[in-house]
Ligand binder design. Structure first.
Ligand code: CA
Length: 229
């Protein structure tokens, strides 16, 4: 749930904003004093700030400036005067949006949603994406080496994981046991191709509903295995 801090000294306005935002599913905190608001904005984790301009203690301009020195969290400024908007822009404080009083609460909510969505896109595009393989109900996170079967996480040994991932990355391709052994176990390793059969059995126990009628890893008699697409 997104957490929003409202810094607003007019209690009625703050409450109105809070009510509307809470109805939209946001977690909302209010500070009526600029100094306290600034302190919380810097110390605590919020997903968005709504700052009034004229506040006792520290004003909205200063709060905005100080937040921007440390955080990229979206900031929506609220002011009583249209002229203030030009001032906010002119000062280049880094606010994301401006609303003048009186404003319609539903418009405020719409703007909040838009800024949160934009910010989330920005964050997720900067995050390294995990390398995922997804086939029907199976989801493999190659980076974290985790596997989910129909949403439920299953534990695999290193070789089971490697074998499952290799097959899933080459769907519909039939591999012989020899090929799989060479691919997953290095050439020097002690063992034989029966190891492959054992591992396939273990994997099936974790991913198949009915191991006698496998839906994912199919046995091609006399040849080997394939992962069905
Ligand atoms: Ca005020």
């Amino acid at each position: 749930m997104s957490r929003i801090l409202i810094v607003e000294d007019e209690i009625d306005i703050a409450d109105l904003e809070k009510d509307y935002l809470e109805l939209s599913g946001f977690d909302v905190e209010i500070e009526n004093d600029g100094e306290k608001g600034l302190e919380r904005a810097l110390k605590e984790e919020f997903d968005l700030f709504i700052l009034d301009l004229m506040l006792p203690g520290v004003d909205g301009f200063e709060i905005c400036r100080q937040i921007r020195e440390q955080k990229n969290t979206p900031i929506l400024m609220v002011s009583a005067k249209k002229d203030d908007i030009d001032k906010i822009r002119g000062l280049g404080l880094g606010a994301d949006d401006y609303v003048t009083k009186p404003f319609s609460p539903s418009e405020l909510v719409a703007r909040v949603k838009a800024h949160l969505a934009r910010y989330e896109r920005l964050i997720s595009s900067n995050m390294p994406q995990n390398d995922m393989v997804e086939i029907r109900g199976i989801k493999i996170d190659k980076t974290a080496r985790r596997v989910w079967v129909n949403g439920e996480e299953k534990q695999f040994t290193t070789k089971e994981f490697d074998l499952l991932t290799f097959l899933a990355e080459h769907p519909n391709h039939v591999f012989t046991k020899e090929e799989l052994f060479r691919e997953i176990w290095d050439m020097e390793s002690i063992g034989d191709i029966a190891t492959v059969t054992v591992h396939i059995k273990k994997i099936r126990e974790k991913i198949e509903m009915n191991t006698n009628k496998p839906q994912y890893i199919e046995t091609i008699w006399g040849v080997g295995y394939r992962f069905k697409l």
